[in-house]
Design a protein around this ligand. Structure first.
Ligand SMILES: [Fe+2]
Length: 315
């Protein structure tokens, strides 16, 4: 079983029939979500995902939550998931979709990119294609001349996603060269409801990648017009602003914007608190709750609330 991310009823039925190995192409929630329906199977992940898939905090950090919301936010998220913090709507509100966290915490084995893997009678080639996620791999089945291209979901008009701490726009584009060179007759992605012939896939891949340049151009124009980071955020360049009250959407909107600013050399526009070099002092000064002032909603932070570090308490 590769990437059990949806259709839980079908997956549960398959689990009952007997699945001995679940392989995740990368750690994203929509690829690992129903790993937990396969308690008797080995869970096999890319070596770069071993840590994140073994520990809920590290999972959230890799998903950008720490850079945007701070480490205390992550720790509170994990406490909520573990049932240590209970509020009326706390868990669903704070954790957004807690179900996928049930799949975090168990890893049986790891695989590495750019080598072969035997699965019973079947053989597949693992092609490491970082960028969307540092671990992401495509799986080529030579006997079927079919390649599973994970999140090179080229039919989406939305374009590629790179909102993770480990995402990298330039790498994602370079990895597309690797994907183009895969000698498969057919390609299937994790999200598109189609198996595409090689010419179809390659055609749509170019359009898919062109979204990156379109986004660059839009952002450049807005910067030239004098927009600040916050004003760029308010444009909802990736996710419509009406969804920014959902914690993960806001986190990913912020990270996607940061990734573009880094990619185009506009680092000076990135708020200090979100710059990589600022991570350590911001996140690890202390994790005592009293050391952080919570703005927004009562004694339990809502998804979009900012946990502000109170300088005066640390001198
Ligand atoms: Fe993904």
């Amino acid at each position: 079983m590769i990437d059990p991310g949806s259709s839980s009823a079908i997956l549960a039925e398959l689990a009952e029939r007997g699945v001995d190995q679940v392989i995740n192409s990368h750690f994203h929630f929509d690829h690992i979500r129903f790993n937990h329906l396969f308690p008797n199977a080995d869970i096999v992940v890319h070596e770069y995902d071993e840590e994140a898939m073994s520990d809920k905090s590290k999972f959230a950090v890799k998903y950008s939550a720490a850079r945007i919301e701070g480490m205390p936010w992550v720790e509170r998220l994990v406490s909520a998931l573990n049932g240590e913090i209970r509020t009326p709507e706390g868990l669903t509100c704070f954790a957004y979709d807690p179900e996928f966290y049930r799949s975090v915490g168990r890893v049986s084995a790891t695989y590495r990119g750019d080598r072969g893997m035997s699965l019973g009678d079947e053989y597949l080639e693992v092609i490491h294609t970082p960028g969307h996620a540092d671990s992401m791999c495509c799986f080529f089945f030579p006997s079927e001349s079919l390649c599973y291209v994970s999140d090179y979901n080229v039919l989406t008009a939305w374009g590629p996603w790179y909102g993770g701490e480990d995402s990298d726009i330039a790498q994602m584009i370079r990895s597309a060269d690797k994907v183009r060179s895969i000698k498969a007759d057919h390609f299937v992605s994790a999200h598109d409801r189609a198996i595409l012939s090689r010419p179809e896939f390659l055609h749509h891949l170019e359009r898919f990648l062109s979204r990156v340049e379109e986004r660059n151009r839009t952002i450049k124009t807005l910067i030239a017009a004098g927009l600040s980071f916050q004003e760029l955020m308010s444009k909802g360049l990736f996710y419509d602003q009406k969804y920014h009250n959902k914690c993960w959407v806001k986190i990913w909107e912020t990270m996607m914007l940061i990734k573009h600013l880094e990619h185009m050399g506009f680092e000076e526009l990135i708020p200090q608190c979100c710059r990589i070099e600022a991570r350590k002092p911001r996140f690890y000064v202390s994790n005592r709750r009293s050391d952080f002032r919570v703005t927004g909603c009562g004694d339990f932070p809502g998804p979009g609330d900012v946990l502000e570090h109170s300088e005066s308490e640390h001198g």
